[in-house]
Design a protein around this ligand. Structure first.
Ligand SMILES: NC(=O)c1ccc[n+]([C@@H]2O[C@H](COP(=O)([O-])OP(=O)(O)OC[C@H]3O[C@@H](n4cnc5c(N)ncnc54)[C@H](OP(=O)(O)O)[C@@H]3O)[C@@H](O)[C@H]2O)c1
Length: 456
């Protein structure tokens, strides 16, 4: 990421210096990717810091967690001065960025927590940037970094999302949505493959078709490209040779934690994280694997690829709505406009899509909670898609295919459109065993019942 961003900034006419704690990487970078470019490399941190024009603007692209604190400590000892700016561009936790902004202020330099999305290619050609932290530092840094950002219809995909960890909060929500959509895409592929017996190139055709319609997005296009790619040695689709265990680096789990911390439901993001965990339990999966049999798993799938596409579209819309609900909570804490997140997600980032573009338009002119607005404005569309989402979930289950993203999105939507839920019984039983109390329809106050003899 760091190399790509350095090359990108240099290509926009900026003077760039780089440092990495492993000296060989600096030497190799200068010799190879940065050869002939106006990039200076340093293998000594003090020399790197003193080479920069003041006030310095230093971008950190290191692993999230303790490495960021270690790097900040090292920079402070290497000669940071009052007014300098350090921008942590990695995937840090928003709470860490809250803390780091305060620590930086006490030491006299300015801290920015910047969520950067777009992967390796985005860093090189123009990522989406979600800034948080010291506002004066944002204004100065954006003037330079914004030149390297993605642009959507002449508007830079950069914005400020409040003090401390605001930018990293938005990036965590972005990644949570990314987890949900990836899981939903994988389930659609599974149905096409194991349900409808398609080979990877046929599935690629289907994804390509979807990417031309309402599902137009970077991730659906990426799925089509990946499914079409063959291993040059064997000639087989490479995707079929890849171990089916999905890894994660932590931002998905943080999105789930944020959902619990802020009380903002995001079941599809939660399921996506859980199913990455399940995918890594190969031992258990091979022990419990049921043999294919006539009339059993993978046999008799009854949906068309169009039906699967409709279910995917509904799941994706509902995943964005859940992400918007998380943003609504973050917006209250960090004081940003949710529409700004959708604005900067329109280009450069991994979840860019037609749905993001449309959502920005509607949120920009709307008011109130973004999640409510998205769901209300798309209700007719969701109602039309509902039978196919339900059919996908039930047919997948009938033929033995897990569809956690689609089924959690379905349950989320069904719950939200239910004027009455059975939570009254949960409250009653909680009161029965734990005297937790309950509220009564049409009456003020909290009540408790004796319920007769208790079990246990
Ligand atoms: N890859 C992506 O598509 C992407 C997208 C968005 C955000 N990000 C985030 O950007 C950050 C960098 O990602 P990456 O993909 O570039 O990772 P990477 O290739 O694994 O690089 C990690 C960097 O962290 C440095 N580092 C690790 N521990 C350190 C420590 N204790 N002190 C100083 N430096 C330390 C490493 O230095 P050495 O070379 O010396 O080990 C290396 O330069 C991460 O937070 C990542 O989550 C990545």
């Amino acid at each position: 990421m760091g190399e790509g961003l350095a090359l990108n900034l240099e290509s926009r006419g900026m003077r760039v210096a780089v440092y990495n704690r492993t000296a060989e990487k600096v030497v190799r970078f200068l010799k190879e990717r940065a050869a002939g470019r106006a990039i200076e490399g340093y293998t000594d941190l003090r020399s790197f810091v003193s080479s920069l024009k003041r006030p310095r603007l230093i971008l950190l692209l290191v692993k999230a967690g303790p490495p960021v604190d270690q790097a900040l400590e090292a920079l402070a000892s290497a000669g940071l001065e009052r007014g300098d700016i350090v921008a942590d561009c990695g995937n840090s936790h928003y709470r860490d960025s809250d803390r780091r902004m305060v620590e930086a202020a006490s030491r006299g330099y300015r801290f920015l927590g910047v969520g950067v999305s777009g992967g390796v290619e985005g860093a090189l050609r123009g990522p989406s940037m979600m800034f948080g932290g010291d506002f004066s530092a944002y204004v100065e840094a954006e003037r330079l970094l914004g030149r390297a950002a993605a642009v959507y219809e002449s508007s830079r995909c950069t914005s400020y999302f409040g003090d401390g960890g605001g930018g990293h909060f938005v990036k965590i929500v972005h990644n949570g949505i990314e987890y949900a959509i990836l899981q939903a895409i994988a389930e659609s592929y599974d149905y096409l493959r194991r349900g409808l017996g398609m080979k990877a190139p046929e599935a690629a055709d289907v994804f390509e078709e979807w990417s031309r319609g309402e599902l137009r997005s970077f991730l659906v296009e990426a799925a089509a490209r990946v499914l079409r790619h063959t291993d040059p040695e064997s000639g087989r689709p490479l995707v079929e040779m890849i171990v089916d265990e999905a890894e994660q680096k932590g931002t998905g789990v943080w999105a789930v934690e944020a959902s619990a911390e802020f009380g903002a439901p995001a079941p599809t993001i939660c399921e996506a994280v859980q199913h990455r965990l399940i995918s890594t339990r190969r031992d258990l999966r091979s022990r419990l694997s049921a043999p294919a049999r006539p009339g059993g798993r993978g046999v008799g799938a009854s949906l068309s690829p169009e039906d699967v596409g409709s279910a995917l579209l509904a799941t994706v819309i509902l995943s964005y709505a859940q992400g918007a609900g998380l943003l609504d909570s973050g917006a209250r804490r960090y004081r940003f406009r949710v529409s700004e997140a959708f604005r900067v997600w329109r280009a450069g980032c991994i979840i860019r899509s037609r749905i993001v573009e449309e959502t920005f338009e509607s949120l920009f002119y709307g008011g109130g909670e973004a999640a409510v607005q998205i769901l209300a404005e798309r209700q007719d569309q969701l109602e039309a898609l509902l039978p196919r989402l339900a059919a996908f979930v039930s047919d997948a289950a009938r033929i033995g295919l897990p569809a956690p993203a689609a089924s959690s999105a379905l349950a989320y939507y069904l719950a939200l459109r239910s004027e009455r839920l059975p939570a009254n019984l949960i409250q009653a039983i909680r009161d029965y065993f734990g005297a937790h109390g309950f509220r009564l329809e049409g009456r003020e106050g909290v009540f408790h019942s004796d319920w007769g003899a208790r079990a246990g």
